[in-house]
Design a protein around this ligand. Structure first.
Ligand SMILES: [Zn+2]
Length: 120
């Protein structure tokens, strides 16, 4: 896609970033489509090229103890240059086709920051 072209509308009420990029794996300027799951999490690593690790924390009910257990899971997500999420960013990610061996999500939006990066 040529540079400077208007960003695609990915729908779901997500506003495209003000910057542009020429990444073919970008949901706004490339050719990936977002469908399926949407997840929210914290970026715990941005050391890979254009890929971040997003960690989610959730509660799972354990009937035997009638209590909730805190669980976490890590998801790899593609990080297009126009969004450029950094460690400590709270991000919204959306499911796409597989972009790499273990990447099938893409960062759609930055929602904020956590106070202590690495310890969400
Ligand atoms: Zn882009």
């Amino acid at each position: 896609m040529p540079k400077g072209k208007r960003p695609k509308n990915v729908g779901f009420g997500i506003t495209p970033p003000s910057e542009t990029c020429d990444d073919p794996k970008c949901p706004f300027h490339g050719d990936v489509r977002v469908r399926g799951l949407f997840l929210k999490g914290v970026v715990v690593s941005d050391k890979m090229q254009r890929t971040v690790v997003v960690q989610r924390e959730y509660l799972q009910y354990i009937p035997k103890y009638e209590r909730y257990m805190r669980k976490r899971s890590r998801v790899f997500a593609h990080n297009p240059p126009c969004i450029n999420a950094k460690e400590g960013d709270i991000v919204l990610i959306g499911e796409t086709r597989p972009l790499a061996r273990n990447v099938s999500f893409v960062v759609l939006q930055k929602l904020g920051r956590v106070k202590t990066p690495g310890k969400p």
